[in-house]
Ligand binder design. Structure first.
Ligand code: IDP
Ligand code: MG
Length: 150
């Protein structure tokens, strides 16, 4: 089982896509361990996107991510990190395949609706940035046995 951080970015909230996007992850079989709407501070955005510091799009990215509320989700499932990245699609909406979240809901480069951790290391780092351990609720779902890895 893996855990991953998903952020529904400000454009997803503004476009009233919270439910539509969250349902993509739910129907795939991921378990929601935590979910909260929040206004990201510039400091938190900087920590979260530390790896991109100095890149040409960095300042605009921090500005975008702090421009309005986001919804943070902690998701769990079999290979959750790569499964979520596949559901999200390629980084730019214009490149993302139809059937993916970014491919179905957007066409922009930077305003791409959703963030997902890209490795086990970043997932644990990012989950810690956005959730306290008590906020991630460990519970059973009745179909866990069908969604679990063999
Ligand atoms: P990812 O979100 O698919 O992991 P990253 O390369 O980690 O993509 O970039 C982080 C975020 O920075 C992207 O989701 C996007 O919002 C923004 N971004 C990345 N590259 C560009 C760019 O060339 N122009 C504008 N925004 C970009
Ligand atoms: Mg990334």
């Amino acid at each position: 089982m893996e855990r991953t951080l998903i952020l529904l970015k400000p454009d997803a909230v503004q476009r009233r896509l919270i439910g539509s996007i969250t349902s993509r992850f739910e129907r795939k079989g991921l378990k929601v361990l935590a979910m909260k709407m929040m206004q990201i501070s510039p400091e938190l955005a900087a920590q979260h996107y530390d790896a991109h510091h100095g890149k040409p799009f960095y300042d605009g990215l921090v500005q975008f991510m702090t421009s309005g509320p986001v919804v943070a989700l902690a998701l769990e499932g079999n290979k959750a990190i790569s499964v979520c990245r596949k559901l999200m699609g390629a980084t730019f909406g214009c490149d993302a395949e139809a059937g993916t979240i970014r491919g179905d809901f957007g066409i922009s480069d930077g305003f791409n609706l959703v963030h997902g951790s890209d490795s086990a290391e970043t997932a644990s780092r990012e989950l810690e940035l956005f959730f306290s351990p008590e906020e991630m609720i460990d519970y059973s779902l009745i179909d866990d046995s069908f969604n679990a890895a063999e």
